[in-house]
Design a protein around this ligand. Sequence first.
Ligand code: SIN
Length: 319
Amino acid sequence: MTTRPRILLIATGGTITGVAADRSRPSHYRAGRLAADALLAAVPELAGVADVTVRQPFSLDSCEMGPDHWLQITREVAAGMADNDITGVVVTHGTDTLEESAFFVDRLIEPCKPIVMTCAMRPANALSADGPSNLMRAFEAASTAALASLGTVVVANERIHAAAWLRKGDTLALDAFDRGGSCVGRCGPVEIDTRPRLPARAPGLLAGLARLPRVDVLWIGAGSSADLLSACLERGARGLVLALPGNGTLPAAWRSAAADAIARGVPVVRASRTGGGAVGAATDDTAMLFAAGRLGPPQARVALMLAIAAGLPARHFFD
Ligand code: SIN
């Protein structure tokens, strides 16, 4: 006898549970308005895929989330991993900071079953809502055991993305996640196209993790003042990510400011503001000043927060 899959749905808000005042104007809405039950009710076809256990720790616009929410989500996911009745986990989440949450979950959990995060670019009641099909695809993906080997994935717009490399590349388009090179497979039916080498994980870390240190991201414009970096240090930043032009090139004024940070024990990561590609290592990189590689600024920040919190070398989650 084959048992039906059981999916743990962890609903956290976002546009997928958003409601627009006018269904025909989907860019004007409030995120995180509907409960998980309403999400499920909108897709009766899910009953043909799996049974569902629902958790809704909070319902937020994801721009309101931070480290405490990442921890809460990750602990809910970990409970799903430990529960023998659960086949796979689906997390619904806002698109705006999905890069951070998905990366956080991915670094802290070595999955023994699929972990699939999903979202929507248009609110639940929009004429052209994308949430229902994303949710259906996420359930199918979470019922596909082979996906566990990819780590945490994000399903959106018929694509499967590696959480580690996820980049939101558009404010409104349905294919907002398709431009950053994170796609590893396709949906309906699930097909895995590539198995990327992912950054290091630290699954044992979750149990003792309570607070994450402040790490700031600075976006560097041409000729912008390095005073910004000093302000971050004065405010207690324990790590810095610089979203630099191009291939992470550090202007001279920022080079001396970075040296000041390093002298105070604050690591500095060279990321890129371009939104795509990897930042290559420089000959003068060190353990305290180094390239973000394929991690975009949001993930580089989370990686540094985790490394500092765990007392690991700053580069741990970058390699
Ligand atoms: C959010 O991130 O919660 C709002 C935006 C979205 O989900 O697309």
